[in-house]
Write a protein that binds this ligand. Sequence first.
Ligand code: MG
Length: 339
Amino acid sequence: MTLRLTTELLTLHTTHPFIIARGGHSEFRTVMVKVTDGDGVEGWGEAAATAFYGETLATVQAALATYGPLLGDDPFALDAIERRLETTLAGNAAARVAISAALHDLVGKRLGIPLWRYWGLEAAKAPRSTFTIGIDTPEMIRRKVAEAAGYPVLKVKLGTPNDLEILTTIREATDREIRVDANCGWTADHAVAMLPVLAEFGVTVLEQPVTPTDIAGLAHIRRQSKIPIIADESCVTSAHIPALVGAVDGINIKLAKCGSLREALRMIAIARAHGMMVMVGCMIESSLGITAAAHFTPLVDIVDLDGAALLRDDPFAGATIPGGQVTLPDAPGLGVTRR
Ligand code: MG
């Protein structure tokens, strides 16, 4: 029996407006994808479109309508299905990864084992997740830092005219570890000028200081930096890794960028072959999307999977990160349930 694809629109709200260097919102819409096999077993995935990567709710829905009839009848044919989707309609990574996650969920459910067991991973091996403090006023930043009291590592969004004020506010509020994500908001020269400032505030990691195509800028910053430089927007799929070798210390993998759970595994293997660090990150998405990403945590150095923890109305229960501690579900497949 042919695998059947159905979708459901999800509307999610963050506890506070989530703002980064490119702007922000408090309402986020994602698409839940269900793939049902001939026995009525369902696999679930989530598409979190990001305009920065050329996707919107409308493009996700159009892409899913194209992909739906291409699934065939064998959910175990993961490689063939994923290749068929990509060769028929490239790009549309958030839409494709929702199907990829749903197929992996379905495979785990058919086998009766969690996906991390299928991959032979140790669920307890995950590094702690950071919790993100978005761009905000000093009063709100103090409140957010207090609310994130259980998280030992904070990720701070910079790339604004008020970066120094933000760092000062956070450092006055806490002595916890701080990592910085500038989300392409700096020039290479400004980033180099910021390095001693980051050192003064005890920042331990710098993510994507410059615009995605400025690989020479990343390399220039890295030569001056004592802390690891991680490429996020500069590294979308495995094809971007070779150009980043030597220019950065590591890459940030996000499922909504790379379009496939199998591609995420390839990215980890390629980065490791080059001695690079690996981080797994996320968009603002529910526990459905976060749980798929959380399955990579035993394989990475840095975890930033707070997308669902920032929500006030998460419709799903799955992997959790209280206090940064990543816990993967024990149920078959992704192990995600409706709340
Ligand atoms: Mg980032």
